[in-house]
Design a protein around this ligand. Structure first.
Ligand SMILES: *[C@@H]1O[C@H](CO)[C@@H](O)[C@H](O)[C@H]1NC(C)=O
Ligand SMILES: *[C@@H]1O[C@H](CO)[C@@H](O)[C@H](O)[C@H]1NC(C)=O
Ligand SMILES: *[C@@H]1O[C@H](CO)[C@@H](O)[C@H](O)[C@H]1NC(C)=O
Ligand SMILES: *[C@@H]1O[C@H](CO)[C@@H](O)[C@H](O)[C@H]1NC(C)=O
Ligand SMILES: [Zn+2]
Length: 494
């Protein structure tokens, strides 16, 4: 009986002991890959030593919404549909802003928090202010924990709530995504090289320190793998580098969508050749912006194959902006209470993702993450695959891969999911065999010693068959666990 208790306990405890660490993903908006070179950053330096860090190759447009959705889905913009912060969608015949229509491009869109949530009852997602997370995906699934964006919440408050999601007794979160709008917001108003942004970088360093301290205080350092990522980098412009589109083309001849430095142009019927000629002439003349049509969009942007791809797309040259920046300047001046001077710089992003200044960074640390490792540049669309792998989620088709570079972040002793589940099964089966064999032999000896008759084999047989039945039940449970995953897998791909 004691042996039985041991077997059952082992099989119950083993999976608990080998539970995969939770994954916590924190995004700081607009954190350029080299920002930490600018200041002393004790917290970043400390965590860099115990973890891995590097640059990210993000997606075009190098704006907040497209990049957060690519991080969350592993899809290129043309496949998740969030080409920009504002898009014209022919399906609705109107400009779509931040709304369910923008994010829920089609029913196939599957953010990792949704995949995690539906994969098993034990998996719970918590999403704190991540862009696009308050809308439902996959037939109405919402994360267990969700908090909409609220700029009045300090970073500390966001972390405190996230810690409660990770530590609560029942249904704690095993995947958490957390968003912070700095240092992007200050960079827009004061320029990427400003003292104000340097101050924000210092803040981010202390935020990271606070996060690490809280993980320690809650005893989570061995059970949570943390990724700090960003969506895009930053450059700057000023009022002398503003392109007046109205002086180039007649604004009554087209619909204009989007914000600097990328503008989508929807010509009125019959106006496309005319507008294109004027735009191309101005582009050659001034060399301050580039003109693309749907047919010659750069391949690496992965935006053409989408109903939201515009007939004409304009991108300002790095450091230049279109005239919509004038209204933005008025808003920044009001928000931060300054008088715009002609030398005032303004931060801007959205340019080609191959522009070095548009690229963000990442830092990862935790029980599965390699120590003191400078990783090669990772593709942000590959992170979905890495996180899925770490969380043992069922395979899901994305545009990313579980690349060797992404896998290089994991410690050598990190047991791959299939191996660890194999190990559990193997241990349980071996224990069962040993104990059944052992009790069998002991029982037989006792019986032989006690009575020397033929009847004595009866209770022994009965006992053995009972043991086999119970053992089968346990195995069926283990197998069922796998069946459930397989079922989800085939359900998703249909
Ligand atoms: C789209 O909306 C515009 C007005 O905004 C209208 O003129 C046009 O007919 C609409 N197109 C379709 C296909 O409904
Ligand atoms: C989206 O925002 C633009 C201005 O940025 C506005 O012109 C448009 O009407 C908005 N669309 C909707 C559906 O609210
Ligand atoms: C963390 O672990 C320590 C030592 O095991 C214990 O004293 C403390 O209460 C734990 N704290 C929390 C928040 O669980
Ligand atoms: C990206 O993934 C989607 C969904 O699996 C697929 O339809 C699309 O063809 C992929 N795009 C590329 C360029 O591979
Ligand atoms: Zn921004």
């Amino acid at each position: 009986m004691a042996c039985w208790a041991f077997l059952v306990l082992s099989c119950l405890i083993l999976p608990v002991l080998t539970t995969d660490p939770a994954v916590l993903i924190v995004s700081f908006d607009g954190f350029r890959h080299d920002y930490f070179d600018r200041i002393s950053s004790p917290n970043f330096d400390r965590l860099k030593k115990i973890g891995s860090h590097g640059d990210l190759m993000n997606v075009f447009e190098t704006k907040t919404f497209p990049n957060h959705q690519s991080l969350a889905t592993g899809l290129y913009p043309e496949s998740h549909g969030v080409l920009a912060n504002h898009v014209f969608d022919p399906q609705y015949n109107r400009t779509v802003n931040y709304s369910a229509e923008l994010w829920h491009y089609n029913d196939q869109i599957m953010p990792i928090w949704t995949l995690n949530e539906i994969s098993s009852k034990e998996r719970n997602s918590g999403v704190m202010m991540w862009p696009g997370s308050e809308f439902s995906y996959h037939r109405g699934v919402v994360p267990t924990f969700i908090h909409k964006w609220d700029s009045k919440w300090s970073f500390q408050r966001r972390v405190d709530v996230v810690m409660s999601w990770l530590t609560q007794q029942h249904n704690s979160a095993n995947l958490v995504m957390l968003y912070m709008e700095e240092p992007d917001t200050h960079a827009h108003a004061f320029g990427s090289e400003s003292d104000e942004v340097t101050e924000q970088i210092k803040n981010v360093d202390s935020y990271i320190g606070y996060l690490a301290d809280q993980l320690e205080r809650h005893n989570l350092t061995e059970s949570v793998d943390t990724f700090i990522v960003s969506d895009h980098g930053m450059t700057e412009t000023d009022e002398h580098r503003i392109i007046d589109l109205n002086k180039i083309i007649d604004s009554s001849l087209y619909l204009r969508v989007g914000t600097s430095p990328v503008i989508h142009i929807y010509p009125n019927p019959g106006e496309l050749p005319n507008l294109l000629r004027q735009l191309e002439w101005a582009s050659q003349q001034y060399r301050t912006f580039d003109v693309f049509t749907k047919d010659n969009l750069p391949e690496h942007w992965k935006v053409a194959n989408c109903r939201r791809a515009p007939p004409i797309l304009l991108v300002a040259k790095e450091g230049y902006a279109f005239d919509d920046l004038r209204q933005a300047i008025v808003d920044y001046a009001k928000k931060y209470n300054f008088t715009p001077s002609s030398s005032h710089r303004y931060g801007l992003h959205g340019y080609d993702n191959l522009e070095r200044k548009m690229q963000p960074f990442f830092l990862a640390f935790g029980p599965s993450i390699r120590e003191d490792y400078q990783a090669p540049q990772l593709h942000s669309i590959d992170l979905f695959s890495l996180w899925s792998h770490m969380l043992r989620l069922p395979a899901h088709a994305t545009n990313g891969t579980l690349s060797a570079d992404a896998l290089s972040l994991l410690r050598a002793h990190h047991i791959t999911p299939s191996l660890s589940s194999l190990l559990i099964t193997f241990t349980c089966v071996s224990l069962a065999v040993l104990i059944i064999g052992g009790t069998g032999i002991v029982a037989t000896r006792r019986l032989i010693n006690k009575r020397h008759s033929d009847e004595c084999t009866q209770p022994y047989r009965g006992m053995q068959s009972l043991e086999v039945e119970e053992n089968e039940e346990i195995m069926v449970e283990i197998v069922n666990g796998n069946v459930e995953e397989q079922h989800l897998l085939s359900g998703d791909s249909s």
